[in-house]
Design a protein around this ligand. Sequence first.
Ligand code: ZN
Length: 163
Amino acid sequence: MNYAVTRMLAPVRLPFVVTPGEALSRFLSALVEGRLIGERCSECSKVVLPPRGACPTCGIATNPRDNVTVSDGGTVVMFCIVNIPFEGQTIKPPYVYASILLDGADVPLLHLVEVPVDKARMGMRVRAEWAPPTERKPSLEAIRWFVPTGEPDASYEAYKEYA
Ligand SMILES: [Zn+2]
């Protein structure tokens, strides 16, 4: 008797270690201090965050002296509502995951937004809610999530390049 295999469980593990490099190390260290830093490109003047040591647009190396402290407040330029549970998930769905353009940055940052899912919207002004200093580690988990500030929404014209 022949049976067609239509489904197979195949657990996969992929352990890895990230070596952040100098630019990202500065960014991660600053997170522990409750600061967000990017690097300004000398060619196009864009502020890249998290910094990778090169401008993703121009492809040229950034100068560590061009570190820029970026606001921990910004604008939701895109978002999704996570409804599907998955293994290892630490937050119970539904929740909002957003692309946030921080004031002073030119690359949006992906992070959680603590807001009822039916209240999430593009243009919403948000601010980082930092973990207490003693609990901060050199990762984006140093920011628990972003919360709405109550400011008027940003106009679409202000962020359409990033949406
Ligand atoms: Zn550039």
